[in-house]
Design a protein around this ligand. Structure first.
Ligand code: ACO
Length: 388
C-alpha cells in the first residue's frame, strides 16, 4: 500500500492512536505527583501544592516524595544530616568542571558533572539506583553548579557547610557568603514548588533510561539534557530576555504583537497539560510581588496581562495561561541569580522528583519500549557503490 506521501505503510502495524508528542498517552503509573490540568491543581503524594508551599521545607518535600509521607522531626534531622554529609564533591569531579570553558552553559556543566560523578564516585553510584544514591545526587547538584559558577569567574569553589539547608547552602556555595534570609526563603519555596510534576519530558527521560537497568547517574544525566530545552525547563531565562527586551510598560503591546506576528511563542505561557493557570505560577506571582523591585514586577504583570489577552484572541480554543516559568524569572533574579542559572536551579529542585521516579520505576520495572509508525519504503534493492 502506498501512502499519500509516497511511502509504503507496513501491514502488520497495530491500529492504535498515535497522538503527536504522546499527548494524553499514559506512560507509567505513579503515586508521586499529579497535574490536574483542567482544574489547575498540582498534588504531591496527596498534598495540594498550596498545602506545602511556604510551610514545608525543601527537605520535607524531598522526604515526602521519596518516602511517601512527611517526616517526623527526627526523620527530617536524619535526612538533613545525610544531605549535609553528601554535599562535598570528589576532587576529580571538580577537575572535570574546571576543564570546561567559561563560555559553557551551566546546564551543560551540570550534565557533565553528573555524568562525571557516575564515572568517578564508585562508592555511591553502582548499577542499582537506591535511596542513598538519590540523596547523594540531590546533595551534590548545588555544588556542581556553584563550582562551575565560581570557576567561570576565576574564583575557587567554596566548600559546603553541612548544617545549612539546601537553599542556604546553594547560595553560600555560589556567592561565598552567608545568604540573607530574604534570598534563601523565596528560593526554598521555589525549590518546593518545582520538585515534581507528573510525567513531564525530563521525568519520562529518566524513567526510560532507568527502565533499561541503567544506573542513576545515567538516568539523571539524560533528564538534565531534556530539561535544558526551551519547551520544557529552558524558558525562564528567555522570559527574562523578553522582559529586558520590552524594557518598559509602554512597549509591551508593540513588542508582543510583533513577536506573535512573527509566529514566535511567548515564553512563560502555555502548557501541555494545564488548561487553567498553573498553580505554581499563582504562588510565584505572589512571591515576585514581594521579592522583586516594584518596577520589574509591574513590567512582568503588564506583560502577563497583555500576553494572556493576545493569546486568548489568537488561539481561543487552546486556553493558554501563565506557566511556572514566567514568574520564576522575577523570583530567581530577585534572589540574585543571573538568567543562565535559572534552569539549573530548577534542576536543583527537580532532581528530587527525577530520583523518586527512578526508584518507583525500578521497584516495579518493565522495559519502556514503545513502537513507531513506520512510514518509509520497504522494497528497495541494494545497488553497488560504483553504480549509485
Ligand atoms: N506563545 C504563542 N503561541 C503558543 C504558545 C506560546 N507560549 N504556546 C502554545 N502556543 C500555540 C502554538 O503555536 C500552537 O498553535 P498552532 O496550533 O496554530 O500551531 C497552539 O498554541 C498549541 O500549541 P502546542 O504546540 O500544541 O502546545 P504543546 O502542548 O505542544 O506545547 C508548550 C506546550 C511547549 C509549553 C508551549 O505552550 C510553549 O512552547 N510555550 C512556550 C515555552 C514555555 O513557556 N515553556 C515552559 C513550559 S513549562 C515547563 O515545562 C516547566
Amino acid at each position: 500500500m502506498t501512502g499519500s506521501n509516497g511511502s509504503t505503510a507496513v501491514s502488520d502495524q497495530p491500529v492504535l492512536p498515535r497522538p503527536e508528542g504522546l499527548e494524553g498517552v499514559v506512560a507509567a503509573s505513579t503515586a508521586l505527583s499529579h497535574v490536574f490540568g483542567e482544574e489547575g491543581r498540582l498534588v504531591y503524594r496527596g498534598y495540594d501544592i498550596h498545602e506545602l508551599a511556604g510551610k514545608a521545607s525543601f527537605e520535607e518535600v524531598a522526604y515526602l516524595l521519596w518516602m511517601g509521607e512527611l517526616p517526623t522531626a527526627s526523620e527530617l534531622a536524619d535526612l538533613r544530616a545525610k544531605l549535609g554529609a553528601e554535599r562535598p564533591l570528589p576532587d576529580q569531579v571538580i577537575e572535570v568542571i574546571r576543564a570546561l570553558p567559561a563560555s559553557a552553559a551551566p546546564m551543560d556543566a551540570l550534565r557533565t558533572g553528573v555524568s562525571a560523578l557516575g564515572a568517578i564516585d564508585d562508592r555511591h553510584f553502582d548499577e542499582t539506583p537506591d535511596l542513598d544514591e538519590a540523596i547523594a545526587l540531590t546533595a551534590k547538584f548545588p555544588g556542581i553548579l556553584a563550582a562551575f559558577f565560581r570557576l567561570r569567574q576565576g574564583l575557587e569553589p567554596v566548600a559546603p557547610i553541612a548544617e545549612m539547608n539546601t537553599a542556604q547552602s546553594y547560595l553560600y556555595q555560589l556567592f561565598g557568603r552567608e545568604p540573607d534570609e530574604k534570598h534563601w526563603r523565596p528560593l526554598e519555596v521555589y525549590l518546593t514548588l518545582l520538585a515534581d510534576h507528573g510525567m513531564n519530558a525530563s521525568t519520562f527521560t529518566a524513567r526510560v533510561i532507568a527502565s533499561t537497568g541503567s544506573d542513576l547517574c545515567s538516568a539523571i544525566t539524560g533528564a538534565v539534557g531534556a530539561l535544558k530545552g526551551p519547551l520544557h525547563g529552558g524558558a525562564p531565562s528567555k522570559v527574562l530576555d523578553m522582559l529586558e527586551a520590552i524594557g518598559a510598560a509602554e512597549n509591551v503591546d508593540a513588542w508582543l504583537t510583533a513577536a506573535l506576528d512573527r509566529g514566535e511563542r511567548l515564553m512563560g505561557f502555555g502548557h501541555r497539560v494545564y488548561r487553567a493557570e498553573d498553580p505554581r505560577a499563582e504562588i510565584l506571582r505572589g512571591m515576585a510581588r514581594e521579592a522583586s523591585t516594584p518596577e520589574f514586577f509591574e513590567l512582568s504583570r503588564r506583560t502577563e496581562e497583555r500576553a494572556l489577552t493576545m493569546l486568548h484572541e489568537r488561539k481561543p480554543d487552546r486556553r493558554l495561561y501563565t506557566n511556572v516559568e514566567f514568574y520564576s524569572a522575577a523570583v530567581l533574579s530577585a534572589v540574585g541569580l543571573p538568567g543562565d542559572m535559572f534552569t539549573p536551579t530548577f534542576a536543583v529542585s527537580r532532581v528530587v522528583g527525577w530520583t523518586a521516579h527512578v526508584l518507583e520505576q525500578v521497584a516495579n520495572n518493565r522495559l519502556i519500549r514503545p513502537q513507531s509508525e513506520f512510514v518509509g519504503p520497504t522494497d528497495k534493492h541494494f545497488v553497488a557503490i560504483e553504480r549509485r
